[in-house]
Design a protein around this ligand. Structure first.
Ligand SMILES: Cc1ncc(COP(=O)(O)O)c(C=O)c1O
Length: 440
């Protein structure tokens, strides 16, 4: 039941028995910056960016990787992604604002969303966004009207729904027919959408986009989706005379959440996708579209851990034992939202030889707030430091202020050194927009 620390990039155990991340002692980090604390390894983050680029560029040399900022909307990390040659994708104008603030060139940004309002489109075009991924017939009309008013030509990709079932959490599956995202390939809506775009003077049709889901451990749905997309590209040539310059395959590559499970490599995904696209293009005399991918979780997830201070430990005889930590639902909603599971260990007892016993780990929110249904720990006690692993993605970015807990600070660690990249919120921050007397 012991977590295999060596399976997690950047993690090690120091001579003093403490957990270290990128060479930084996690117990010392907790003392210096307080808890809960998001810790991001800059080294691991850079490595994941590089590994994904290397894997896809090996098979498709002009592949472009766009970091999906929704996974970790921290300016310092988005900036590093840009330094590593990645573009940034945004699923809202707020994320686009952040991507630009982090230093991404406008042409390397992509805007998503299943309902972008006219003001969102205007904002994005005003900022010279690289691509807008249209998701509905209504949006095609709205975007064309906005672009016409602004006297610009919007470069668009069409989000299609390939009807592929990926084996992941129910709420993370979005590529099957029954989904709010995309225009279905099956019923001809996707083809009709491209036809309409081609008639619009202010829209420049660049390509096709799909995203089949997140945390997909088996690469084969990627191959099936690529096959369906390529059939669509052939239909577009045949029936609409359309040239597709870009094929955007979305995100979905997985991250390790359990040290006992095998993990596919980015290379396996790249081979499935690029191999399929290249073969179908070659067999049919189609120009190879540029492959774009938008990984979020697989880039940010392994780069982050969260540190908590252990509070009361309760023994309920004949039922179970509880460990309480000083965070929970507001800094990590995933266990509550869809039963996500993690590995965790006590950072100050990482080398402990004490017998491991199962504990339910809960937070301090006024909710059931379970972080771990059952986590094996060696003698947890008040004041210990619990490290939860692989929390770099969708933890900070999905955080809230429920119960008016301030959001944690975030530090970046590299080669043993730490720097604060996000300040801990204060109580005053929590009420900054709250108008006691009202106005207007
Ligand atoms: C359009 C799109 N692209 C990329 C992503 C990133 O996915 P992941 O974090 O699984 O890589 C998502 C996630 O929801 C998405 O909706």
């Amino acid at each position: 039941m012991k977590v295999k620390v060596e399976k997690y990039p950047g993690l090690s155990i120091g001579n003093n028995g403490h957990l270290c991340f990128s060479g930084a002692d996690c117990v010392r980090l907790a003392k210096q910056f307080g808890t809960p604390l998001y810790v991001i390894s800059e080294d691991v983050f850079r490595d994941t960016c590089r590994a994904q680029r290397a894997a896809f560029e090996k098979h498709c040399p002009d592949a472009h990787i766009s970091f999906s900022t929704k996974a970790l909307t921290a300016l310092a990390l988005m900036r590093i992604a840009v330094q590593e040659g990645l573009g940034l994708d945004a699923s809202s104008p707020g994320e686009l604002f952040g991507a630009l603030k982090a230093g991404c060139k406008p042409e390397n940004t992509i805007l998503h969303g299943n309902f972008k309002k006219a003001e969102d489109l205007e904002f994005a075009l005003g900022k010279k966004v690289g691509r807008i991924v249209v998701d509905s017939f209504e949006e095609i009309e709205e975007l064309d009207a906005v672009a016409r008013r602004m006297k610009v030509r919007a470069r668009v990709q069409v989000r299609v729904n390939p009807g592929v079932e990926a084996h992941t959490f129910e709420l993370l599956k979005v590529g099957m027919l029954d989904s709010k995202f995309g225009l279905p390939l099956q019923n001809g809506d996707a083809l009709e959408a491209v036809r309409r775009i081609l008639k619009k003077k202010n829209l420049d049709f660049m390509g096709v986009h799909y995203h089949i889901g997140s945390q997909i451990l088996d690469p084969s749905p990627f191959r099936i989706a690529a096959e369906r997309a390529m059939e669509f590209l052939l239909a577009l040539r045949r029936e609409a005379g359309a040239t597709v310059r870009e094929l955007n395959i979305g995100g979905g590559l997985p991250v390790r959440y359990d040290s006992r499970h095998p993990m596919p490599t980015p290379e396996q995904f790249a081979r499935q996708v690029c191999g399929t696209v290249k073969k179908i293009a070659k067999d049919n005399g189609l120009d190879m579209p540029r492959i774009i991918l938008e990984p979020g979780r697989s880039v940010a997830g392994p780069a982050g851990i969260t540190l908590y201070t252990v509070g009361p430990v309760k023994h309920i005889p004949g039922i179970r034992d509880y460990v309480t930590v000083d965070g929970g639902l507001s800094d990590n909603v995933r266990p509550g939202l869809y039963g996500a599971t993690y590995d965790g260990l006590l950072a100050n007892k990482a080398a402990s030889a004490a017998r491991m016993k199962p504990f339910r780990v809960c937070g301090r929110h006024c909710e059931t707030d379970t972080l771990f249904q059952s986590l094996h720990l060696p003698d947890p006690a008040y004041g210990d430091i619990l490290a939860v692993l692989s929390t770099g993605a969708y933890n900070y970015s999905m955080s809230s202020n429920y119960n008016k807990f301030p959001r944690p600070a975030m530090v970046a660690v590299s080669k043993g050194k730490a720097r604060l990249i996000m300040e801990r919120e204060t109580y005053a921050d929590l009420y900054r927009k709250d108008l006691t007397e009202g106005k207007g």
